[in-house]
Write a protein that binds this ligand. Structure first.
Ligand SMILES: Nc1ncnc2c1ncn2[C@@H]1O[C@H](COP(=O)(O)OP(=O)(O)OP(=O)(O)O)[C@@H](O)[C@H]1O
Ligand SMILES: [Mg+2]
Length: 466
């Protein structure tokens, strides 16, 4: 029994041992698996740590990048604001340039290389007599071929030499106004924004008025000098003439004097010379002037008898006097002299007779007329016009008629002083003279005398302002 128990115990022990062994094996396997898992977990944890570090680096980088981006964005925004400002500034400058071109008192024009207008300013457009936009694409020849002949050589020279031509004086008829001579101070220059010449610019100033004033000044100085000279000798000469006349009269009073006819010729010549001296004295302004307020019609009427004697029998004399004429303030003796000179010239221009017309009128000179007629101020005037149907004058003669000693008459027939005296008197009276003449048709001289009332008002205003 005990054996059985022992055997049984032994068997049980064996089973237990067997069980224990299996369990140990199983445990060892599990331990191995756990160890393996541990290793795996360890390596995974290493990887995770790496990844975490990486992530952190990436985050930092991103944060930096974000900061950079912020700076870049701010920069970009600033740059955009600056660019917008610059663009606005550029637009403003362009508008300013446009405005200054438009109001410049100088004509500006820009041509391309084919010498076609790219642009002109208002002044040049006005000179050319057409709107600025109508110029674009046209050549100067399309506007005025004659002017183009004068101007285009300058433009071509600028294109060829790439050098500017400054301040040349170009004399030519105004564009599309043949016969209206103008003087232009002109400059031509290459336009080369990127170094290459793409066109030519011109800048012109009208010098016509200044030229005329200069010519008038020269004329006035000449008159002044001649006047002084003439005045200087006229007085002495007049005294000599008085002696000649007096002795001639004395001899003529003696009935027995031989050579009566010759003496009469001397008297006649002395009288003529005295008239001439009087002219010279007026010319040199040495004779006293006595202005009075007069009716211009009375002056004309007072001249009629004398006029009759100047003209040939077959000259018709017509007077047309404004019944409502205003009064003028002049020296009547001077106006006689003006009318006499104009009448004698008319008679000389009508050797075969003709018609002489004298008209008076009261007119208002508007600003517009004053602008066109140089030397005539706006205001109210009485005009006295003397017209003849004589041989008239060419434009060349017309240019010189008021110059002292200009005459087309043969020696002994004219001294050329008549019209310069007329001019002097009319100007001295605050007036003006115009002339219209056509060869073989006739001539009209029109003198403008300021209305007395206005003249007084003008003088009072002038003294009042001093
Ligand atoms: N009515 C006219 N018709 C044609 N030509 C004229 C007329 N009036 C003036 N002229 C021209 O103007 C010139 C100058 O005239 P102005 O009276 O000054 O001198 P003049 O008549 O020649 O000489 P002066 O008057 O001294 O005797 C004249 O020589 C003439 O050629
Ligand atoms: Mg004369």
């Amino acid at each position: 029994m005990a054996l059985w128990i022992a055997v049984g115990l032994a068997g049980a022990v064996i089973v237990v041992i067997g069980l224990l062994l299996r369990t140990r094996k199983q445990l060892a396997r599990q331990a191995r698996r756990i160890a393996e898992q541990e290793t795996r977990l360890e390596s995974q944890s290493g990887e995770l740590t790496n990844q975490a570090a990486e992530l952190e680096r990436a985050t930092t980088e991103l944060r930096h990048a974000n900061a950079d981006l912020g700076v870049a964005l701010a920069d970009a925004q600033q740059a955009r604001v600056r660019a917008e400002g610059a663009a606005q500034q550029k637009t403003r400058l362009a508008a300013l340039l446009d405005a200054s071109l438009a109001s410049a008192p100088v004509g500006f024009g820009f041509f391309d290389r084919e010498l076609r207008f790219l642009r002109v300013n208002a002044m040049l457009a006005e000179i050319n007599g057409m709107p600025p936009e109508d110029h674009i694409g046209l050549s100067l020849g399309d506007i005025d071929p004659k002017l183009a002949q004068v101007v285009e050589p300058f433009l071509r020279r600028v294109l060829a030499t790439r050098l500017p031509i400054a301040n040349v004086e170009v004399a030519a008829d105004a564009p599309r106004k043949p016969g209206e001579l103008h003087h232009w101070l002109s400059s031509f220059y290459p336009i080369a924004p990127q170094g290459e010449v793409v066109g030519v610019g011109v800048a012109i100033t009208d010098l016509t008025e200044r030229k005329l004033l200069e010519a008038q000044l020269v004329q006035a100085q000449k008159m002044e000098a001649v006047g002084r000279l003439a005045g200087g000798i006229a007085h002495d000469f007049n005294n000599l003439l008085t002696v000649i006349s007096n002795y001639t009269e004395l001899m003529l009073q003696n009935a027995e004097t031989p050579a009566r006819n010759e003496l009469q010729e001397i008297r006649h010549a002395a009288a003529r010379a005295a008239t001439l001296t009087r002219q010279l004295l007026v010319f040199s302004r040495k004779s006293a002037i006595e202005p009075r307020v007069v009716n211009p019609n009375d002056v004309v009427r007072g001249m009629q008898d004398m006029l009759r004697r100047v003209f040939l029998e077959d000259t018709e004399i017509v007077t047309s006097l404004d019944p409502e004429t205003a009064l003028v303030r002049v020296d009547p003796g001077q106006i006689d002299q003006v009318l006499m000179n104009l009448a004698i010239n008319a008679a000389d221009a009508m050797p075969q007779g003709g018609r002489l017309t004298i008209e008076t009128d009261t007119v208002v000179v508007t600003d517009d007329l004053a602008r066109r007629e140089r030397g005539l101020e706006p205001g109210r005037y009485v005009t006295i016009a003397i017209s003849d149907t004589g041989h008239g004058m060419t434009s060349q003669t017309l240019e010189h008629i008021f110059e002292p000693f200009f005459t087309t008459k043969e020696a002994g027939r004219g001294t050329g002083l008549g019209l310069s005296i007329v001019y002097g008197i009319v100007k001295q009276s605050g007036g003006h003279i115009t002339v219209f003449s056509q060869p073989d048709v006739g001539t009209t001289f029109r003198i403008y005398l300021p209305v007395a009332e206005d003249l007084v008002a003008r003088e009072t205003a002038a003294t009042g302002s001093n």
